[in-house]
Design a protein around this ligand. Structure first.
Ligand SMILES: Cc1ncc(COP(=O)(O)O)c(C=O)c1O
Length: 379
């Protein structure tokens, strides 16, 4: 991302080299390259995407009359072999609607302890669906059919009724780990034997498909409902899709309206989604490759204790204990690298289509300059 800034915001002025001077308006603005690795949600629409948005035919989508929204919904549903789709403002909303449709108050939802639907989403499962969660401890978000089997409760009036299992792919808090198709198939089989429905939080599902070479339809047929986000690695400004059979989507449409998520001329946003599905999926492998490069640089750095093995576009690493995390993040910031703290000594980098190719080498030099500065020992 390249940003026009006033030189007051920089360490020194790129125009005259002076630090902290007050530039005359218009004379000291320069271009600054920001490497924003906090999340893949920070992307801005490309020129081609904006063009697609501006030229989209639109209508009132609450009346199901927006041709572009309708086209996006059918396109995504077809990709995953589902009957229908529903365009929503966010991944939180698609997840929460799915949970609401699949459950009745008092039910229990089983998911991994780090699952977005449980760990984040503001207690939405309780708030929206009046359900409780039972968590299993997977490996970086990936749990097994055996763990699910053990978590099931007998049908007994004393217990909540388990009705839904949710899987996340890729696993956000697991550092972008791919949930293997084999595990999913085995979990599906436990769900079938126990009358449970299976929902997929696929906020970064395309990253998983590209990284594992799995066909969308093979994943699609394992689930009763799927949420995919357009506003993450695919680079759209807004939007997620909920996919399922027609009856499920009819119910979901009603709940979307109740939650205030019915949009009118949503086609302008849906056009970005169509553009992304047609142009931004295969390029995710570039993000994965860059994440691998960064992983290697981090593994070679004396500042870093451990890097979670990179599978997609998320790099989570732990700093050595003598390093003060906030100092380190500030140091990166001075080199225009933005990162997120995700644990006591843990930092996350997420690669995406707005990260410049030069990012790994800038990270490498930032690590080297930190090593040689006094802040490296936490002063
Ligand atoms: C795995 C996962 N699910 C759901 C969401 C929610 O998406 P949104 O921010 O669009 O509500 C996120 C957001 O980061 C996510 O990482």
């Amino acid at each position: 991302m390249v940003e026009l800034v006033d030189t007051q915001d920089l360490k020194s002025c790129g125009h005259c080299g002076r630090a902290g001077s007050t530039p005359a308006p218009g004379t000291h603005s320069i271009l600054r390259m920001i490497i924003d690795l906090r999340s893949d949600t920070v992307t801005k629409p490309t020129a081609a995407m904006k063009e697609a948005m501006l030229s989209a035919p639109v209508g009132d989508d609450v009346f199901s009359e927006d041709p572009t929204v309708n086209r996006l919904q059918s396109l995504a549903a077809e990709m995953f072999g589902k009957e229908a789709g529903l365009f929503c403002p966010s991944g939180t909303m698609t997840n929460q609607i799915a949970i609401k449709v699949h459950t009745v108050p008092g039910d229990e939802v089983i998911c991994d302890e780090g699952a977005h639907v449980h760990y984040y989403e503001g207690g939405g499962i309780a708030f929206n669906s009046n359900c409780s969660t039972k968590t299993v401890s997977g490996q970086r978000g990936v749990f097994t059919a055996e763990q699910l089997q053990q978590a099931l409760r007998p049908r007994d009036i004393h217990f909540p009724r388990t009705s839904l299992v949710t899987i996340e792919n890729t696993c956000n808090r697991g550092g972008g780990k791919v949930f293997p198709l084999k595990n999913i198939e085995q979990i599906r089989s436990v769900c079938d034997s126990n009358g449970l429905r299976l929902h997929l939080d696929g906020a970064r599902l395309f990253n998983a498909l590209v990284a594992s070479g799995t066909e969308a339809e093979n994943v699609g047929k394992q689930f009763d409902s799927i949420s995919i986000c357009l506003s993450k690695g695919l680079g759209c400004p807004i939007g997620s899709l909920l996919l399922g059979d027609k009856e499920f989507i009819d119910k979901a449409r009603r709940i979307r309206k109740v939650l205030g998520g019915g949009m009118r001329q949503g086609g302008f946003m849906a056009a970005a989604g169509i553009y992304a599905l047609e142009n931004h999926i295969q390029r995710l492998s570039n993000d994965h490759q860059m994440a691998k490069e960064i992983e290697q640089i981090l593994n070679e750095s004396e500042l870093v204790k451990h890097v979670l093995p990179v599978e997609t576009n998320i790099v989570v690493f732990e700093l050595n204990p003598e390093i003060v995390v906030s100092n380190f993040i500030e140091h990166l910031k001075r080199d225009n690298i933005l990162a997120f703290q995700v644990g006591p000594a843990h930092i996350r980098f997420v690669t995406h289509l707005d990260v410049p190719e030069i990012a790994p080498s800038i990270i490498r030099s930032a690590l080297l300059t930190y090593s040689s500065s006094s802040s490296a020992v936490g002063i």
